[in-house]
Design a protein around this ligand. Structure first.
Ligand SMILES: [Zn+2]
Length: 413
């Protein structure tokens, strides 16, 4: 099926030259248009050029009526596969309790593990589909989703199967699955070391043999959670088994996570709130994408990553929601807003972070841009230009979402 998009007041292709100034990297075409065939973009230009050419009659014409059109957003970091919620913990955080104190009293991640284990796979998938649908209506057409609330060999295998169900049932959004084998040590494990041995020796090989095994393997490198050495062992084993590697690095303290990401050849290192410039430099040399998650700072009261230092070092900077029971953020626009106001990223850079750079954080060259050969994933926004994305937030400004050239969702006017 062919499709033509016409009359985009501002068509953001994200196909500009990488070393150009931020706005030029957006590759903006005024009065833009493009044609897509069999789910892929085949031509990009202006509406005037489109009218002069002969493409044959497209099966569908989408008229953007002068508004902003962007590539579909790519969310490179979510923990949306869980059951239950933790809304009552916000009042405890407000009263001054720390993440660790809440965890020690049986709350936090330990509570989500209990609630997820107690739920049927069907219930976990149903609840997760609701969150995916919210992301999609906010413009997300590809979302990475991690396991990590099973925390035993049996339960993580069950969560990988649940991810497969989620992937099959998701509408308008592609799910990129990640095994988060080292998230935290479950209460019943003898020791952290024993749990790491079980994950590396048994969980990883068994997940690697599953059909539709996850594309990525991820771990939480953090003081008091898993050490750099433990994560290094886990990532080496993951790589040998054919997983792409990711790491939660330096979120609460500098724990060698950025260095580890560079050494282990990770596709991305995520959080990086406390990373040293030297570790970031090593990441840039190794081509590791930095995935920054300002929504987490909002909920956990931790400092924002030094995005400008990271960019200055030559790293690609992506943004993600980190949608989880701790930071339940379903809006890329709000994350972009925090990235601009809190991390001093330019609006253009924030948009690149949720499109082209996020796609690189998932090792994908076909997503996050609108250029010949890329996926026809795009969003028609009820906004005049990209400067409004981090500026006018809180309402629903996504008018239409297309995935692979097919309409996935449209707002009823
Ligand atoms: Zn995370």
């Amino acid at each position: 099926m062919s499709l033509a998009l016409i009359n985009a007041g501002e068509l953001v292709t994200c196909a500009g030259a990488r070393r150009a100034p931020d706005v030029e990297q957006l590759g903006i075409i005024e009065d833009g248009a493009f044609v897509a065939e069999r789910g892929k973009v085949s031509w990009v230009g202006t509406t005037r050029e489109y009218r002069r050419k002969t493409f044959g009659r497209p099966a569908k014409v989408v008229d953007a009526h002068g508004s902003l059109v962007t590539p579909g957003f790519v969310d490179p970091h979510t923990h949306l596969l869980f059951a239950g919620s933790r809304e009552d913990e916000l009042k405890r955080k407000v009263a001054g309790e720390s993440y660790t104190e809440i965890l020690r009293s049986g709350g936090g991640i330990a509570r989500t593990v209990r609630e997820t284990r107690a739920a049927t796979s069907e219930a976990v998938v149903r609840e997760s589909l609701g969150r995916l649908a919210q992301l999609m209506r906010n413009g997300v057409t590809t979302a990475e989703v991690k396991t990590g609330y099973g925390q035993s060999v049996r339960e993580e295998l069950r969560m990988v199967s649940a991810l497969r169900m989620l992937r099959a049932e998701a509408r308008g959004v592609e799910v990129v699955p990640t095994l988060m084998g080292l998230h935290s040590t479950p209460a019943e494990a003898g020791s952290v070391g024993e749990y790491v041995r079980q994950v590396v020796g048994e969980m990883l090989p068994r997940v690697a043999k599953m059909k539709d095994k996850p594309a990525f393997s991820d771990c939480f490198c953090e003081e008091g959670v898993f050490s750099r050495e433990e994560c290094s062992r886990y990532l080496k084993a993951s790589k040998l088994l054919g997983f792409g590697c990711k790491v939660h690095a330096d979120e609460f303290s500098e724990s060698g996570g950025a260095y580890l990401a560079a050494e282990a050849g990770c596709v991305s290192a995520d959080h990086l709130g406390r990373s040293e410039p030297e570790g970031i430099r090593k990441m840039a040399e190794a081509g590791v994408t930095a995935v920054l998650l300002p929504g987490t700072s909002l909920f956990s009261g931790i400092p924002y990553a030094d995005a400008r230092m990271i960019l200055g070092a030559g790293c690609r900077v992506a943004l993600g929601t980190d949608l989880s029971p701790n930071s339940w953020v379903e809006s890329p626009q709000i994350v972009m807003s925090l990235a601009c106001a809190g991390m001093r990223l330019s609006p253009a850079r924030a948009l690149l972070g949720f499109t082209r750079e996020a796609a690189r954080g998932l090792g994908r060259e076909d997503l996050g841009l609108l250029a010949p050969g890329s996926a026809a994933d795009f969003v028609v926004h009820g906004l005049p230009n990209h400067g409004f994305l981090p500026y006018r937030v809180g309402g629903r400004y996504v008018k239409k979402v297309f995935k692979g050239g097919r309409e996935a969702w449209a707002q009823n006017d």
